[in-house]
Design a protein around this ligand. Structure first.
Ligand SMILES: NC(=O)c1ccc[n+]([C@@H]2O[C@H](COP(=O)([O-])OP(=O)(O)OC[C@H]3O[C@@H](n4cnc5c(N)ncnc54)[C@H](O)[C@@H]3O)[C@@H](O)[C@H]2O)c1
Length: 255
């Protein structure tokens, strides 16, 4: 799909991978709505893009908030043909830690934002995309979710996070199959370790050690490399129903 003049929704667009993707889409000529819980930060980023970019408050895990944001974006840019779900949290915690079993709400919160939130956006965006006129490629839209290599090699302390990302990986094929009749493609990206504010909270030493653990290139991934894959997925009509690892051949150890 050619992104020029297409309306695009990017969640988690105030920071990290979502920000880089939203900026790359805007640069490529899409009309981008930067959706984030952090409206102030989303506004700053969208303003620095200029053009048609707008920022909207959106809690992806809340049905009413997501619907209101999608409707507001549609009013400004027309109905979206592109959704990139990047909003997420990475709260760590052992299943049974020093203080006993993980609080059930802690597990549920990660699942709710990462998995239910991605599903929420997907269902609302796809319902609208289905009614659009197809392009000459028979495509109506493209939806990209963000999983993680933790979906496959979750480490100790990543039970909730890995479960949420495993759910996103498992959602990809049934969603792509269901929407195939409507010409809506669904894909996921499973990043390895990327240099984003989610990781910048760690010490320099830990960040360097994480980078060094990547076989090649031995460094943290750059958000623009994630954005570049997302844009390729949008442009390549044959890509569908697949979770693509973007990890420099990293296979995470148990700890
Ligand atoms: N950075 C990595 O190494 C890495 C690796 C694998 C997967 N991921 C995934 O990539 C995605 C983006 O991560 P990042 O590193 O850019 O993180 P980040 O913390 O830089 O950005 C996440 C953004 O999501 C927003 N957000 C959080 N909860 C939200 C909600 N309920 N509704 C709307 N917005 C919400 C935050 O405000 C923030 O702007 C996440 O899903 C993360 O799990 C990141």
């Amino acid at each position: 799909m050619n992104v020029t003049d297409c309306a695009a929704l990017v969640t988690g667009a105030a920071s990290g991978l979502g920000r880089a993707t939203a900026e790359a889409l805007a640069e490529a000529g899409a009309k981008v709505a930067f959706l984030d819980l952090n409206l102030e930060a989303a506004r700053e980023v969208a303003a620095s893009c200029g053009g048609d970019a707008i920022a909207l408050a959106c809690d992806v895990a809340d049905a009413a908030s997501a619907e209101a944001a999608i409707d507001a974006a549609s009013e400004a840019h027309g109905p979206a043909r592109i959704l990139v779900n990047c909003a997420g949290i990475g709260t760590p915690g052992k299943i049974v830690g020093r203080d006993g079993p993980m609080a059930l709400e802690d597990f549920a919160r990660v699942i709710n934002i990462n998995l239910v939130g991605s599903f929420n956006m997907l269902r609302l965006a796809a319902a609208r995309m289905k009614n659009l006129e197809p392009f000459d490629t028979a495509e109506r839209g493209v939806i990209i979710n963000t999983a993680s290599i933790a979906a496959y090699e979750g480490q100790i302390g990543q039970a909730a996070y890995a479960s949420s990302k495993g759910g996103i990986a498992a959602l990809t094929l049934p969603a792509a199959r269901e929407f195939s009749r409507s010409g809506i493609r669904v894909l996921s990206i499973a990043p390895g370790i990327f240099g984003t504010p989610m990781l910048f909270g760690l010490s320099d030493e830990v960040q360097q050690a994480l980078g060094a653990s990547v076989p090649f290139p031995s460094r943290l991934g750059q958000p623009k490399e994630f954005a570049s894959l997302a844009l390729h997925m949008i442009s390549n009509v044959m890509m569908n129903g697949e979770v693509v690892r973007l990890d420099g051949a990293l296979r995470m150890a148990p700890l």
